[in-house]
Write a protein that binds this ligand. Structure first.
Ligand SMILES: Cc1cc2nc3c(=O)[nH]c(=O)nc-3n(C[C@H](O)[C@H](O)[C@H](O)COP(=O)(O)OP(=O)(O)OC[C@H]3O[C@@H](n4cnc5c(N)ncnc54)[C@H](O)[C@@H]3O)c2cc1C
Length: 412
């Protein structure tokens, strides 16, 4: 067991930190004050990340996939600097499906994907279906070669600026399907929501009103075409073998777990690392401040009660990070524990970040509450974490069910 990154991972983290501190950090305060990014501003952010190889085109994904730990490092470091940008980039992930989409869609959208001009979003939540997403009412009913989609999705990150939406809906058989909806071809309306934290991250509602989506945009059909048809060979060459690309245990997980639970295993471990990133930013600022600020004739860092706060912040931050990487590894290896681990990590680390950022304000005294300092933003951004991708209460119930067995599920 090794708790250290290897040399390549350390190098990646160092260059990433340099990029984030120089290119991204200067944008944060102004954009957070102005509110949700416009589409142009969002594309500008995506393009900046593409310059360091972060994107959803095949080339970037294959490069990142070479060592998937880089993706976990990315989640932590991006949230340390700017949660809104991290959310924008991370939740663009449905754009990756363009790589395996129909020839028609690939021809139109691949050039944009390669230039990081495509924004994605993932839509499952509805006004009446939050924690209980089985109560979902959005329907996608097959009519000839198209699905006709009706329904409303809410709290969707990136929705107002996204070109593509990976939509979860009920089909005509009552089964659940995942459809990639291209806004320009299958128009839908959106509205914007304003929120406590992650203020620059565009979030909104989506309204589907008889929205027609080609049948070939069904994610299951896309994946099927890749595995059994020619598309995999077309993209990756004659030697194409998905098992080799993803690892056999991951394929095993694909066979055993519902797609939304696989997506959640990654999103939730990512959220735990996001929380560790925000906690780290608040802790770093507090350690600096404890050295600089003097009261009673000495630096406040020499006061034992202040050191106790720093101790607690450190313990919560380190534990969050370890849980986050542990859960991410479980998801990557397709472990049967992936669901439990990602919920445990998400539940713990997101609550920890609220406590750490609150203590960081306390260490800073009145300045911690000032908008001139980033502490109040860290706190607002951390407070956001305990709700998306499943509330803390739901994470507890998932862990309970995974420990006790399906017969003990408190939410089924
Ligand atoms: C900033 C932000 C971004 C988001 N981004 C996305 C996105 O990109 N895509 C997407 O699909 N969704 C997204 N969501 C939606 C998010 O996943 C839901 O908000 C979340 O699942 C909770 O649903 P809800 O808000 O309807 O709360 P509710 O489910 O109504 O919960 C209200 C309260 O009841 C508690 N509760 C509910 N059921 C139980 C139970 N069985 N046992 C114990 N307590 C329970 C909850 O824990 C919570 O405290 C986002 C949300 C936010 C805030």
């Amino acid at each position: 067991m090794d708790f250290e990154f290897d040399d390549d991972q350390k190098l990646f983290r160092e260059s990433l930190r340099e990029f984030l501190d120089n290119e991204i950090a200067p944008l944060v305060e102004d954009q957070e004050k102005r509110g949700p990014m416009s589409r142009e501003e969002a594309v500008d952010i995506l393009k900046r990340f593409r310059k360091i190889g972060v994107g959803f085109d095949l080339e970037s994904m294959m490069a990142m996939g070479g060592d998937p730990t880089a993706i976990a490092i990315l989640a932590e470091e991006m949230f340390r600097v700017w949660p809104s940008a991290a959310g924008l980039v991370g939740l663009t992930f449905p754009a990756a499906l363009v790589n395996i989409a129909s020839d028609d869609m690939r021809e139109r959208l691949l050039p944009k994907l390669e230039k990081s001009e495509l924004i994605g979003c993932y839509a499952i939540t509805e006004p009446e279906a939050g924690s209980d997403n089985r109560a979902m009412r959005t329907t996608a009913v097959l009519d000839g070669d198209e699905y006709v989609v009706n329904g409303t999705k809410t709290w969707i990150s990136n929705a107002p600026v996204a070109d593509l939406c990976l939509l979860v809906a009920n089909d005509q058989t009552g089964g659940r399907i995942f459809l990639l909806v291209e806004r320009a071809k299958s128009p839908y309306e959106t509205s914007e929501l304003h929120k406590l934290g992650w203020r620059a991250e565009p979030t909104g509602e989506i309204y589907f009103d008889n929205c027609r989506v080609p049948r070939e945009n069904n994610m299951a059909e896309m994946i099927n075409a890749m595995i059994t048809g020619n598309r995999g060979k077309q993209l990756f060459g004659d030697q194409f073998d998905l098992t080799k690309l993803t690892g056999s245990s991951f394929m095993n997980m694909m066979a055993k777990m519902a797609p939304e639970n696989i997506i959640f295993a990654f999103l939730r471990s990512g959220m735990a690392l996001a929380a560790a990133g925000i906690s780290q930013a608040a802790l770093d600022a507090s350690v600096r401040f404890a050295r600089e600020r003097s009261q009673f004739g000495k630096p406040i860092g020499r006061i034992q009660l202040v050191q106790e706060m720093l101790y607690n912040m450190k313990a919560l931050t380190v534990t969050s990070r370890l849980l986050g990487y542990w859960a991410f590894q479980k998801a990557l290896s397709g472990s049967p524990e992936a669901r439990m681990a990602s919920s445990l990590a998400k539940g713990y680390a997101c609550e920890a970040a609220v406590k750490v950022t609150s203590d960081a304000i306390q260490v800073h005294g009145g300045l911690g509450l000032s908008e001139e300092y980033p502490l109040e933003r860290y706190f607002r951004d951390a407070r956001m974490l305990t709700i998306p991708d499943g509330t803390t209460e739901i994470q507890k119930l998932v862990v309970g069910r995974e420990m006790l067995g399906a017969g003990y599920s408190a939410y089924a």
